[in-house]
Design a protein around this ligand. Structure first.
Ligand code: UDP
Ligand code: MG
Length: 323
């Protein structure tokens, strides 16, 4: 493998903000202090996802005091965390893009560790929350989701939920070329990375305010996570149909054999009730397979509609003019 230049000279921080006035100023101060200490060129992009409190004013004040580094991106209304991050991605100019939550659950002091891990030659740096400070419900839910997502997507990650992540610029550009409307950024990012790693990070309890995710939003997000990578759930129908049809077939075989080979055949079959079952199984099976086949087509339509880039050229060698 050819050695690439993995050094990071320009860092972009992307933070979605939704009604976070209680901790936003502290976040900005701590992040800027960390970035100043790092001694690299940086930009700090704050996306206001339609907040209804003073978050927007805090962002514009921060941007006014350091206009070259702090960039405010104000969305006209609330689009959700992942869409807000995408909006931020469309503005980035750095070599390495780091996403972070605004609620200080991901300490900004971890940024240098992410940069160091990326400089070791990783396209994506994930994180694993140590001593996670969330409610028991959130922890259990996320454990189940992580496991299901791992099985369904084939993208190995121990902790999909943690947003403190670093992506190389080209991974972000590939993500921006995806046309789907429902995205789950960590999974999407990993699908464009050649090398990934995960590092342990500290996790704090939410300082102020409540989680912006209601149960319903959370369920919705999990569906995004699954459908973002695979159409496996659609295929399940075909499998169930085949299973039902096949067991119906076996049951009818058994009934026929029983009828002819055992003297009490008739009594056992309970005047045709079991035969009914066998026939029903077979027909239900056929129907489910039919739906499953339609599902296969829908799955293909879905993949095409998303219109993800099929490949992403990192570099063209040996040609003079660059596009
Ligand atoms: N967020 C957002 N738009 C939303 C919901 C959340 O930009 O509609 C931001 C929020 O301000 C925070 C991050 O996404 O920076 C994660 O939200 P939260 O901490 O509520 O999620 P949790 O930690 O409970 O998963
Ligand atoms: Mg949080």
């Amino acid at each position: 493998m050819m050695d690439r230049d993995y050094s990071v000279n320009y860092i972009s921080i992307v933070v979605p903000v939704y009604n976070e006035e209680g901790c936003l100023q502290e976040l900005i101060d701590r992040t800027l202090r960390t970035l100043d200490g790092l001694g690299k060129k940086f930009e700090f992009i704050l996306i206001d996802d339609g907040s209804r409190d003073s978050s927007r004013e805090i962002i514009s004040r921060a941007s006014a005091s350091r206009p070259d580094e702090v960039i405010g991106c104000i969305l006209n209304r609330n689009y959700g965390q992942h869409s807000a991050i995408m909006a931020g991605f469309s503005l980035v100019r750095g070599d390495l893009v780091i996403t972070l939550d605004a609620d200080l659950q991901n300490p900004p002091e971890e940024i240098p560790n992410l940069v160091a891990a990326a400089e070791k030659g990783n396209d994506v740096v994930g994180t694993i929350r140590q001593h996670r400070r969330d409610t028991l419900f959130r922890k259990v839910a996320s454990k189940i989701v992580n496991r299901a997502a791992r099985a369904a997507t084939g993208v190995h990650m121990s902790d999909y939920g943690c947003m403190l992540r670093a992506y190389r610029r080209f991974v972000v550009e590939a993500m921006l070329q995806c046309n789907e409307r429902s995205t789950f950024i960590p999974v999407l990012g990993n699908s464009f990375a050649r090398t990934t790693c995960e590092i342990p990070v500290a996790h704090a309890a939410r300082k102020v305010g409540d989680s912006k995710y209601s149960l319903w939003k959370l369920i919705n997000l999990q569906f995004n996570l699954l459908t973002c990578m695979t159409t496996v759930p659609l295929r399940m129908l075909t499998y169930f149909g085949l299973l039902a049809g096949f067991s119906g077939f076996l049951l009818s075989l058994y009934i026929i054999v029983r009828r002819f080979c055992w003297p009490d055949g008739d009594a056992w079959a309970n005047s045709g009730v079991f035969t009914m079952f066998a026939v029903m199984f077979i027909f239900t099976g056929i129907q489910m397979v039919g739906i499953g086949v339609i599902g296969e087509y829908i799955g293909r339509i879905y993949t095409d509609v998303r219109a993800r880039p099929r490949y992403f050229i990192e570099e063209v060698l040996g040609r003079k003019e660059q596009k």
